[in-house]
Structures are given as structure tokens and as C-alpha cells.
Design a protein around this ligand. Structure first.
Ligand SMILES: Cc1ncc(C[n+]2csc(CCOP(=O)(O)OP(=O)(O)O)c2C)c(N)n1
Length: 943
């Protein structure tokens, strides 16, 4: 390899290369790397200017000048450029320090089962000799290297550096792009201030906790052989880690912890973290349910398995009480992640002021992930992407990866393409702390550091707790069938409690008898609770059960009309902008037309919606609206947020209404459906008084959130008695834009609708939409609402409403034909949505005098009585036609056919008109669409 031509070198270029080298040795050409590592003095002799660069690099240890905002240690001693040997040593020392900080985790002792870490050559100081001889190490001051570990010189500091970065905790922080965060983390890690030794009392308390954790799992396994408990054993320390997190969050002023987790260790968390009495958990095992779940009835819920149910408890901490909310979750791993975030955000938001006030210190979100799940499930990435967004941030989530190094029977080699389960988080600038689950003191230290980071920077942090799984995936599995070597190693491995007890006894903190007693106490306590429970069987009345009746969603008593004067005042306020604020003139003149529309008719969707929102805010109902491009509206119809054309500043009139007593939150969402809908579900669940709306770009994309829809929105009430007034606005309608811009899959929602769990509507006028939104917000019974919203109809004149429409009346679930000659009508066409206008606007309509066209605006709960009344109004009916633009296997037809059968007069046939059975929702060619649409309309009219 040739040595680069140093003499003819441009100093700037050399400086650049050196800087790149210090940042990442692999990034510079090999000959340069070799020169920097083997002969830096050559470079320095010929290019003395580089000496200054080395000094600067030393100033913060990573090749970048330290900004003034960072905690600044003593000024770095100047180094004479002539002292090239020392300078060479410094360069090598810096490379070494950098290697520990960046790659130390590769040599850390993270696996309790003792597997060898891979290591990394950059961590071996010997490799740098002769540039970094022991003599030179002793000459290089730690302060020059900006080291925070103990030791005056590199020679003194090196063992501490090694222990800090390659012990039972390891760190990945160097990927973080924010310099201040990196420097803060390095200092926090190296100073050891979060790794303080525990006092004797703290150690005894910790041992007691570990004894409870292990004791409970063992007791359940013995008492209920073969029942699933998804034992935490191998990651026992997770419970004291949560204890620590709770105490610290309370100290920082939180009044709530919002906790989401899967099956692993959940029973232990319920008992020891949430505070559920042992008796309740034992009763579940005995088959007695505290929530009625076994018997499902017409009106009752059908319940859920014990490791999905949410729970709430209050804990007292040294700094006050704190509520722990464990969020209900489905089996679908990681689906609960965005839901927890939404709940936490709702807890953190004061909705009593017009713009809302977000204070993240009020609640701490904690997510416990499985190692296979964290790496594998897309909702994790989508949820991480929310963490720093203004509309979604929760001030940092504590992520705890309960890493048992296996996913069911799948080894990491088959489960992920990355080294660590946590690697995804690196792309989000999130610090990652790996910790060995057999070192309980290190595990607590990792939580202290994590929460100090959250408090300081308000960002997510990941603690990867590396342990093992003492038994099979669940208590019916034999782990040795698929992981025989691992199972054998685990069988020989002592538990963390045993090891920790030994260490306490060894240090003289406890006697062996006292340590054993801690363990026996737990078993006795469980036995006592169990016996007391058994005593009650067959004797006393059954334990109190929660009411299983699910009240019907009525919505009937709500007043949705708003006085004309109030609407006029609102309309004016919505057109008001501050002095000197200049919205786009074309847009403003469009909006100004809303003034005329109010008096002359033609209130379009955007205006009706704004008036509904405004009226609700005045009535004290907070509103949160999110979705892709929602501030403007996909179809440029909303414009709730105005932009100044010269400054780019924004102004949201709905946040400045004179008499509003509640917040209006509106945010464009990231391009996600799964996490965003999950987030809004969580928010809506924790903010039952608020109208929370999520809008799809096109309804077609909502199936990206199918898990949230199936598992939470539709089934939450039945499984967990959890309901919300979350409102999904899903643009739907066949307008020739192809198979992914036509259908919000109405059929899917109708299939999920049962036991009054949902409301599903499709409005054909803006006034109907106005009343529907108000009813949804004001109804005492909270239910999710799914609205098929229009596209072309947003501005269609006939679909517009008048002031009178908003100032009187209510939402009409069925709208009869306006002026039929009832006696002549022999054919009644029923339809929903946009096709109504295609039918009544068709050239054949006028001639079809024997035909009436009525609209079903609420599809679920099906308005049976009202539909029956409409049908009864046609004495000479010969046929009823259901007309839809969706294919026969989609749309409303298959779900409401039997409802129509029940509703129509006996003997009158019910006919279907619409697209035939199709695998894809619509045509791809606009002309084919037009032809098909015309065929359907003609067929509906009997033409
Ligand atoms: C979305 C989803 N896919 C598949 C499953 C089935 N499943 C249940 S547990 C499990 C393994 C989970 O492994 P890990 O995340 O490491 O957690 P562990 O059980 O090891 O604690 C799988 C695949 C599921 N529950 N959810």
C-alpha cells in the first residue's frame, strides 16, 4: 500500500480526512487510515495545522468542537504541536475512547447464560501499541480525552472505561445526532452517578421483591399445573425495575403510569406492580371470573383471557400516590403500543383551554416488548415515529424489551436481520441501554439513567433487558424440543434470587435464614390467600360481578340543532384572522363565500363541519382531529389551519372562538394508519368527554389499521367493557379513481357491527353530517362512529344544506323520497351514499314515475322502525331494490339484506342492483367505471 502524498497535500483536505477518521475510522480510504493509525507524526510534522484540529477533537472527544451549551469541564491543556509522539498517542487514545463508547457493547457481559460476547478489535489497546505505549497512556490526561470515568490519566482510567462500557450494562448512544444529548449521556454513563451502590436496606428490599416474583410464579405453576401463566422467570428483575420507574416518575411529578405489555410476566405485573390482590389472580386460575366472561348473552360482553385484561391500581410512593393503568390488549403483539401512547397523551393534555396544554411530566408511558416482537412487528416502527411529533409526543416513553432471547420457538437468527432486538430504535435517535437481567443492581441503574434522560430531553429510551426464559413459551410447552441446548443451560442456571441472596449473605447484609424466610413468607402468603379463597367456594354468594349489560347506543335525546344566531356568529368568527395575517387570497375569497352560503344556502361539507366543531367547542366539548393532510383536507375542502403567504405562520380560527371553553387540537399525521388509529383509540379511551376524529386520506387505506379496528374499536366493548367515541372519517365512493381510491370497505365495518358496538353512517348532505357529528359528541352513550365520507359530494350543490337545516331538526337515519306520487310508486329504490345523486340526477330519472328513491343514512344500528315506516308509505309497492355501487360481495348489501327482508312488506321481492361479485373493489379505467356506473343506475331505475 502506498503512503499518501503528504507533502503535496492540501491542509483542508487532510483536516477533512482526519475529521472523518475520528468520526468513523472505516469511512476514510485505507491508506489514510493506515497513516493516521501508524504514523500520525509524519502527518503532523508536515501539516502542523492539523495539531490544532487534534486539540479541538480532544475538546469533546468525538471530533466535533463542543458547543457552548454543553456542561463544560476544565479547558483542555494545550499540546505542543512539536510533541508529535504525544500527539500520535492522543490520536490513538481518542480512537480507543471512541471505540469503547461506540463498540463497548460488543464486549459487554450481557447474557446471564454466559455466552461469549463477540468483542471488537477496536477495543484492544494492545492493537494501538506502539502508538499508545503504557508510558504514553500515563502521560495522556483523562481531561484531554474528556473522559468522565475515574482516573487522572488514560492509564488510570482505562480499567474503569472497560468496566463502564463492557460490564453488565452496555450502551448504544453514539448514533444520536444531537450533540448535547450525546455529551450528556457520556457524562451520565461515565460518571457512574446512576450506578450508585444500593444501601443495605435497598438490597434487602430488592431481595424481598425478587422473592415475591419468583415465589408467585412457582406457586402458580405448582397449584395449577399446565395452566398458562407466561412466567416471567429469567426476567424477574423486570418487576423491581418497574418499581424503580414508578418511584422516579412520581418524584418527577407524574400522577399516572400508562403501561402496555403482552403476556410475558403480566400476572406478576398485575400482582406486584398494579397491586391486584393475590386472591383475585388465584380466583381467575380457579375458573371464577371477576369479570363475567364465560357466559355471553345478547347484551353481555364475551370477556377475554386473563393475560389480556387491563387493570388499574394506586400505589403510594415516597413522593405521593400514583395511578398505574395497565392497558387492555389483544393477543396481537405490539398492537397496544400506539394505544398506550394515545392514552398517555390524553392524560397529559389539559383540554380546558382553547389550544389545549400538553404537559408530559404528568404521565409516563411504559411499554414492555418481547424481543421477537420489537424487531418483527411494524407497529413498533410506526409508534416510534410518533415520539417527537408535536401532535403525538408523550415526552418520552420508557421501552423495556423483556428479552428472553427466543420468540416462542424461534431463535433470534431466524427472527431478525439485526444484531440486537433493539436495533430499530437506533434509527429514531433513541438511546439504548442493554443490561444483564442477572445483575439486579445494574438493572435498576439502567432505569435511573433512562428516566433521567427522559426527564432531561423528553425523548424515548430503550432498556434491553437481556435474560432468558426459564420454561417453555407457556406452561404447556416443552422448551427442550426445539431449544435443547438452551433448555439444558437454563436448567443448570441458578435463579437471580438465589444468586442475589447469596451475595447479600456473603456481604453480611442478611443471614441465610433471613434470606430463606423472605422466600417462605411469599409462599405462605399465597397459600393463605388461596385457602381463604377456597373456603368461599360453594358457601358464600359468588363474588361481586360487574354488570355485564351493554347499554344500547341510542343517541335519540340529543339536541343537535344550533340556533341560527349562534351559527351566524360562529361563521363570522371562523372567517376572522388577526391583523397583519395574510392567508392566500384565492383561499380567503373561497372561504368568504361561506358568508353567502349561510344566508342563501349551499353550506358545503367543510363549512358544516367547522360549524359543528365550533358549536361543540362553545358547549365545552374538546375536539381532536388528526389524519393525513387533515389540516387542509385531502380534497382541499377543510382549511381549518390557515397559512400566512408571506411568513408561513399559521392561524387556526377554531382555536380562537370567543366563547370556547374547550380545546381544538388538529394535526397532520405521519403517513401511518396502524399506529395513528391506535393512538387515537387510546386517546379517545382516556378522554371520554372529547370528540376524537381520525380521517383517512382515502378510506381505502384504513385497512392498514385493521388490527386496531378488529381488536380494539369493534371488540373492545365486548372483551373489556371499553368503549370510546372515536370517529373515523373514511372517504368512500366510486368516482373512477381505481381500486384503491374508491372503497373504505363498508362491508368490513358492517361485519364487525353487533351488540350496539359501533355506529356506521353515510351522509348525503352536509346538514346530515353536521347533526351526526354533534350527536356523536353529545350522546351520553359513547360509541365509535364510522362515517363513509364523500369526495365529489363535498362541494356538490344538491348535497349542500341551508342555515335552517342546521338550526332545526336532527340526524335522520333514513331519508324518504321528497315528493313521490305515493300511489303511483311500484318500485322503491333504497341506497346509501353518493349513488343517490347518480340515480336522481340521471337522465332516466324524470321518466321513471313509478320509482321512488330513499336513502339509508345510518347503516348500523339499522334503523328498522324508520325504514319500515318509509316502506309502509307506499301502498302499491311491487318491488324493493337495493342499489349500490360496490360489488355484490362488498358494500352494505350482504350485511343489511336480512334487515331489509324484515322491513319490507311481505310478498314484495327484494332485488339487488350493483356491481357483480368482484375480487377488486373497482375498475381501473375511468371509462369502464362510467359505463358500469351508468348500467347500475339504469338498472336501479328499471330503465
Ligand atoms: C401479531 C402476532 N403474531 C403472532 C402471534 C403469536 N405469538 C404469540 S407469542 C409469540 C412469540 C413472541 O416472542 P417475544 O416477542 O420474544 O415474546 P416472549 O413470548 O418470548 O416473551 C408469537 C409469535 C401473536 N400473538 N401476535
Amino acid at each position: 500500500m502506498d503512503r499518501p502524498d503528504v507533502d503535496g497535500l492540501n491542509t483542508g483536505y487532510a483536516a477533512l480526512l482526519l475529521e472523518q477518521y475520528l468520526d468513523n475510522p472505516g469511512a476514510v480510504p485505507e491508506e489514510w487510515r493506515d497513516l493516521f493509525e501508524s504514523e500520525p507524526e509524519v502527518l503532523l510534522q508536515r501539516q502542523p495545522g492539523l495539531a490544532r484540529l487534534l486539540e479541538l477533537a480532544a475538546a469533546d472527544g468525538d471530533g466535533h468542537a463542543a458547543p457552548v451549551t454543553t456542561p463544560s469541564p476544565a479547558p483542555a491543556p494545550a499540546v505542543a504541536a512539536e510533541d508529535t509522539e504525544l500527539l500520535g498517542g492522543i490520536a490513538a487514545a481518542m480512537a480507543l475512547v471512541k471505540a469503547f463508547r461506540m463498540h463497548g457493547h460488543l464486549a459487554a457481559r450481557l447474557d446471564p447464560l454466559g455466552s461469549d460476547p463477540p468483542g471488537d478489535p477496536a477495543l484492544e489497546p494492545e492493537r494501538l501499541i506502539p502508538k499508545l505505549t503504557p508510558e504514553l497512556q500515563a502521560r495522556i490526561p483523562s481531561s484531554l480525552l474528556r473522559l468522565h470515568v475515574e482516573g487522572e490519566t488514560l492509564a488510570d482510567a482505562l480499567p474503569h472505561l472497560r468496566e463502564t462500557y463492557t460490564g453488565t450494562i452496555a450502551y448504544e448512544i453514539e448514533h444520536i445526532s444531537d450533540h448535547e444529548e450525546r455529551v450528556w449521556l457520556r457524562q451520565a454513563i461515565e460518571s457512574g452517578r446512576y450506578r450508585r451502590a444500593l444501601s443495605r436496606d435497598e438490597r434487602v428490599r430488592l431481595l424481598r421483591r425478587l422473592s415475591q416474583v419468583e415465589g408467585m410464579e412457582r406457586y402458580l405453576r405448582r397449584a395449577f399445573l399446565g395452566q398458562k401463566q407466561f412466567s416471567v422467570e429469567g426476567l424477574d428483575v423486570m418487576i423491581p425495575m418497574l418499581d424503580e420507574a414508578i418511584d422516579l416518575a412520581a418524584r418527577d411529578g407524574a400522577h399516572e403510569i400508562v403501561l402496555g405489555m403482552a403476556h410475558r410476566g403480566r400476572l406478576n405485573v398485575l400482582a406486584h406492580v398494579v397491586g391486584r390482590p393475590y386472591e383475585t389472580i388465584l380466583r381467575e386460575f380457579e375458573g371464577e371470573r371477576t369479570i363475567e366472561a364465560v357466559v355471553s348473552s345478547e347484551e353481555g360482553g364475551s370477556g377475554d383471557v386473563k393475560y389480556h385484561l387491563g387493570a388499574q391500581g394506586t400505589r403510594s410512593t415516597p413522593t405521593g400516590d400514583i395511578t398505574i393503568t395497565l392497558v387492555s390488549n389483544p393477543s396481537h403483539l405490539e398492537a397496544v403500543a400506539p394505544v398506550v401512547e394515545g392514552r398517555a397523551r390524553a392524560e397529559q393534555t389539559d383540554r380546558s383551554s382553547r389550544q389545549g396544554y400538553h404537559d408530559p411530566s404528568v404521565a409516563l408511558p411504559v411499554l414492555i416488548h418481547g424481543d421477537a416482537s420489537f424487531a418483527g412487528q411494524g407497529s413498533v416502527a410506526e409508534t416510534l415515529n410518533l415520539e417527537a411529533l408535536a401532535g403525538y409526543s408523550t415526552g418520552g416513553t420508557l421501552h423495556l424489551i423483556a428479552n428472553n432471547q427466543v420468540g416462542f420457538t424461534t431463535d433470534p437468527e431466524s427472527g431478525r436481520s439485526t444484531r440486537y432486538s433493539s436495533d430499530l430504535a437506533k434509527g429514531f435517535d433513541i438511546p439504548i441501554i442493554h443490561v444483564n437481567a442477572d445483575d439486579p443492581e445494574a438493572a435498576l441503574a439502567s432505569i435511573r439513567l433512562a428516566l433521567a434522560y427522559r426527564r432531561r430531553f423528553g425523548h424515548d429510551v430503550v432498556v434491553d433487558l437481556v435474560g432468558y426464559r426459564r420454561h417453555g413459551h407457556n406452561e404447556q410447552d416443552e422448551a427442550a424440543y426445539t431449544q435443547p441446548l438452551l433448555a439444558a443451560a437454563i436448567a443448570d442456571h441458578r435463579t437471580v434470587r438465589e444468586e442475589f441472596a447469596d451475595s447479600l449473605v456473603g456481604d453480611g447484609d442478611l443471614t441465610q435464614e433471613q434470606a430463606d424466610e423472605l422466600e417462605q413468607n411469599v409462599v405462605s402468603e399465597l397459600r393463605r390467600a388461596h385457602e381463604a379463597l377456597k373456603e368461599t367456594f360453594g358457601k358464600a354468594e359468588s363474588p361481586p360481578r360487574s354488570d355485564t349489560h351493554i347499554p344500547a347506543a341510542t343517541g335519540d335525546e340529543v339536541v343537535t340543532a344550533v340556533a341560527a344566531e349562534r351559527l351566524r356568529a360562529l361563521n363570522e368568527q371562523l372567517l376572522r384572522v388577526p391583523d397583519g395575517f395574510n392567508p392566500h387570497p384565492k383561499l380567503m375569497s373561497q372561504l368568504e363565500r361561506r358568508r353567502g352560503a349561510l344566508e342563501e344556502g349551499g353550506i358545503d361539507w367543510g363549512q358544516a363541519e367547522a360549524l359543528a366543531f365550533g358549536s361543540l367547542l362553545i358547549e365545552g366539548i374538546p375536539i381532536r382531529l388528526t389524519g393525513q393532510d387533515t389540516e387542509r383536507g385531502t380534497f382541499s375542502h377543510r382549511h381549518d389551519v390557515l397559512h400566512d403567504v408571506s411568513t408561513g405562520a399559521t392561524y387556526t380560527p377554531l382555536q380562537h372562538l370567543d366563547d370556547a371553553g374547550a380545546s381544538f387540537e388538529i394535526y397532520n399525521s405521519p403517513l401511518s394508519e396502524y399506529a395513528c388509529v391506535g393512538f387515537e383509540y387510546g386517546y379517545a379511551a382516556a378522554a371520554p368527554e372529547a370528540l376524537v376524529l381520525w380521517e383517512a386520506q382515502f378510506g381505502d387505506f384504513v385497512n392498514g389499521a385493521q388490527i386496531i379496528i378488529d381488536q380494539f374499536i369493534a371488540a373492545g366493548l365486548s372483551k373489556w367493557r371499553e368503549s370510546t367515541r372515536l370517529t373515523l372519517l373514511l372517504p368512500h365512493g366510486y368516482e373512477g379513481n381505481g381500486p384503491e381510491h374508491s372503497s373504505a370497505r363498508l362491508e368490513r365495518f358492517l361485519q364487525l357491527a353487533a351488540q350496539e358496538n359501533l355506529r356506521i353512517a353515510n351522509c348525503t348532505t352536509s346538514g346530515q353530517y353536521f347533526h351526526l357529528l354533534r350527536r356523536q359528541a353529545l350522546d351520553a352513550t359513547a360509541r365509535p362512529l364510522v362515517v363513509m365520507t364523500p369526495k365529489g359530494l363535498l362541494r356538490l350543490k344538491q348535497a349542500g344544506s341551508t342555515l335552517e337545516d342546521l338550526a332545526s331538526g336532527e340526524f335522520r337515519p333514513v331519508i324518504d323520497d321528497a315528493n313521490p306520487d305515493r300511489a303511483r310508486v311500484e318500485r322503491l329504490v333504497l341506497c346509501q351514499g353518493k349513488i343517490y345523486y347518480d340515480i336522481v340526477g340521471h337522465e332516466q330519472r324524470a321518466g321513471a314515475t313509478g320509482v321512488a328513491v330513499a336513502r339509508i343514512e345510518q347503516l348500523y344500528p339499522f334503523p328498522t322502525e324508520r325504514a319500515r315506516a318509509v316502506l309502509a308509505g307506499y301502498p302499491n309497492l311491487r318491488e324493493v331494490v337495493w342499489a349500490q355501487e360496490e360489488p355484490q360481495n362488498m358494500g352494505a348489501w350482504r350485511a343489511i339484506r336480512h334487515r331489509l327482508e324484515e322491513t319490507k312488506p311481505e310478498g314484495v321481492p327484494l332485488l339487488y342492483v350493483g356491481r357483480p361479485w368482484r375480487a377488486s373493489p373497482s375498475e381501473g379505467y375511468p371509462t369502464a367505471h362510467l359505463r358500469e356506473q351508468d348500467r347500475i343506475v339504469r338498472a336501479a331505475l328499471g330503465a
